[in-house]
Design a protein around this ligand. Structure first.
Ligand code: FHN
Length: 471
């Protein structure tokens, strides 16, 4: 999807409007100082490691689509149904022979993700139930060997992603409720009817072997997204070895682990679940947001990850856009989840929302893609994002006012003198200075539903304490 660029209008704004307001002093070139991962200079780009390139790509990406899909989808009660309904392995194993997602269309999924404005897809290759949605030579408990479908949807998705220039990340649960060597058991999976024995080393070998398969059989991938560590936080998972393997096999692949604690060595992104970085309303995120790694918030579109036929608690488009913008203002991508049906189609409610999000991004994408969190910390009124000016030009700050009732913003006086205009207009808004604060008035006619975006080019870079915990 192409994002409209503002560079031409921005140039005009500077050339025509600015001297009228503040004089040429405001044109002082700036090196934008408040991002954690500053874009490298053109000279440095050639020497960047694939890992650094991938991290920068990730930070620029803004939005991903998360897909929770497995044999649990057949029961329409979410991906935890085996554990929640205390279904023993012997019963649960009756699901794969009835799983035949004939309507699965990898190309349609990728096109939908693109239409939503997503730059990547993260899909469950194995969830906690242990069933593999990819062709694994290390087990028969996979979609190719154990279902009438008999094909590898991950391969089809990888091909479609490559074709349409969308990156593909693999969710992989290291927690496994079925594998006989996942022993001792952790906090969950106690009703699976498993024998009270197993060789943990063998289990680690098994999961690492599958990671090797995922890094070898699907061409270039975006990365691995692990989950389930929290089931056995004290176990020896040999994550170091796992991460090394991934980085060796796929130097441009990023490693994330949804363990809910501060990042471990070898991880390339920090993940937050159901909350924006710095928040913990859902109780998962005990760790503070690091400033050292790119961040990502994963979020359900209703209240379930896997398909849940009874869950109609869908977020509104407004809530989803505000989550995306709220994430961007905290330096994070949004990984927005869908739970496809057992036939391989994506629920209509999710399709509608993805399309609407794409329409919003089509118009306002430049205030999200390629930005970093801005110099104004998240506040009750909204957030700021920022992008470095091209060719040494001053940076651009986007103030996202998410509360339409807000009539004015109190900002640091370092914003003065500057031109502030509502996005897509050349109409300057009025600043007044009061003590140490610059007050920016937002008249009613300048406000737009969902997100009033004000574009400001401050006269000089502003140092903000990015290391401070986010509010
Ligand atoms: O238990 C899983 C859950 O099913 C889902 O996959 C989410 C996605 O972030 N992660 C786990 C809980 O942390």
């Amino acid at each position: 999807m192409t994002t409209p660029r503002r560079d031409e209008t921005k140039g005009r704004r500077w050339a025509v409007a600015l001297p009228l307001f503040f004089g040429l002093a405001a044109l002082a070139p700036a090196s934008w100082g408040q991002t954690t991962h500053e874009p490298p200079s053109a000279a440095d780009r050639g020497t960047e490691t694939p890992n650094a390139v991938a991290k920068r790509w990730f930070e620029d990406a803004g939005l991903g689509v998360f897909v929770h899909w497995g044999v649990y989808s057949l029961l329409g009660k979410g991906e935890w149904v085996m554990n929640n309904d205390k279904i023993p392995i012997a019963e649960y194993q009756k699901l794969p022979p009835t799983f035949n997602p004939t309507k699965f269309d990898a190309e349609a999924w990728v096109k939908l993700a693109k239409a939503a404005g997503a730059r990547y897809i993260t899909i469950t290759t194995k969830h906690h139930d242990g069933f593999c949605m990819f062709d694994s030579k290390l087990t028969d408990y996979d979609i190719v060997d154990a279902t009438p479908y008999g094909k590898d949807p991950i391969k089809a998705l990888a091909d479609a992603c490559h074709k349409h220039n969308v990156k593909l990340f693999f969710y992989y649960s290291i927690l496994d409720w079925r594998h006989p060597d996942y022993f001792p058991l952790g906090k969950t999976g106690h009703h699976a009817g498993r024998a009270e024995k197993g060789d943990w080393r063998k289990y680690v070998e098994y999961y690492q072997g599958q990671v090797r398969e995922l890094c070898t059989n699907y061409g270039e991938i975006g990365g691995l997204w692990f989950d389930g560590w929290w089931d056995r936080p004290d176990a020896d998972w040999d994550l170091e070895g796992t991460y090394k393997l991934i980085h060796e096999l796929q130097p441009g692949a990023l490693v994330g682990n949804n363990h809910h604690v501060a990042p471990f060595p070898g991880e390339d992104i920090q993940i937050f679940e159901q909350d924006l970085p710095g928040k913990n309303t859902a109780g998962f995120n005990k760790a503070e947001a690091t400033t050292k790694l790119p961040l990502e918030t994963c979020l359900t579109m209703n209240r379930s990850w896997g398909y849940n036929s009874a869950d109609d608690h869908y977020k509104t488009v407004e809530q989803i856009v505000q989550a995306l913008v709220g994430a961007a203002g905290r330096g994070a991508n949004l990984l927005l989840n869908v739970g496809p049906k057992p036939d391989g189609t994506i629920p209509a409610e999710a399709v509608e929302r993805l399309q609407a999000l794409g329409q919003w991004l089509e118009k306002y994408g430049e205030t999200v893609y390629g930005t970093r969190r801005g110099p104004v910390p998240p506040a009750a009124w909204g957030v700021s994002t920022a992008r470095e000016g091209r060719g040494g030009k001053a940076p651009t700050v986007y103030l996202h006012v998410l509360d339409p009732k807000v009539e004015a913003l109190e900002l640091p006086k370092e914003f003065l003198p500057s031109l502030a205009t509502p996005f897509g207009t050349m109409t300057p808004l009025k600043w007044t200075q009061k003590d140490d604060q610059a007050r920016l008035a937002i008249p009613e006619e300048a406000r737009t539903p969902i997100d009033t975006i004000l574009v400001v080019t401050p006269p000089a870079p502003m140092d903000v304490p990015v290391a401070a915990p986010l509010k």
